[in-house]
Design a protein around this ligand. Sequence first.
Ligand code: AMP
Length: 255
Amino acid sequence: MSALKKIEQTGWLRGSSAGCRPRFRERRNCWRLVLLGPPGVGKGTQSQLLKQRLGTCHLSTGDLFRAACSRTGCNSTPAMVEALNFMRRGELVPDSTVWDMVRERSECLQCRAGFLLDGFPRTLPQAEQLQAFLEEALLPLTGVVEYKMPLDVIIQRLSGRRVCESCNAVFHITSRPPKVEGVCNDCGGRLYQRPDDCPASISVRMEAYQKSTAPLIHYYADLGLLASIDADGTADQVFARTMGALVPRARRVNN
Ligand code: AMP
């Protein structure tokens, strides 16, 4: 993994953009994207591909909470300890805690390299807070991508998912196995199964998605920002569909 990638992630995960070196041009031509879709639909994989192609940072609130947990040994502020308990049960962390953490990192949203938000917003109040912030800062979203897939395929994907504890690259024990079992292809880090990928947590997370996140689809459709993408198929196929939907939008936003 390059030093640059480590620096990018550090800014978001630690809450300070000091040391970031955005690769890109003027702020107005960058990509600002939100990825939506139930857990296991492949947002993490698509984020990695989009990040490589577009040069934006991948800003995942789930990564943020996991990093806070491993950094502090879960010995953080009472609000963070409470947040991590919600997370372990597969439930959503309260909006106020999530927004506090995102707002602390608002420099990442204003970065001239743009951003790729994954896992945030997840509720209508979070989406409204984000939209108000972006409108005030004159930072229009390029688009919101909704990934769609049948439930049984998602469950099969989640239970076989393995994640790198160092660089967060995503593998699957059958459909995208690492070259060496338990070891990340990209950085050599250890692969692990997220505790919330166990069957009990999966069903809680699916319910949380249906109840809280699905309404965002209508919210962003009403704003004219939504692109719905069929997430079945190989990562490259889904990526091609995503770019096919996003490129015309980017032209409209940037011209
Ligand atoms: P993810 O990695 O995006 O699947 O997130 C893992 C867990 O972190 C979720 O199941 C939630 O408990 C918590 N989480 C992450 N992002 C959010 C968010 N935007 N709102 C509420 N909870 C979140």
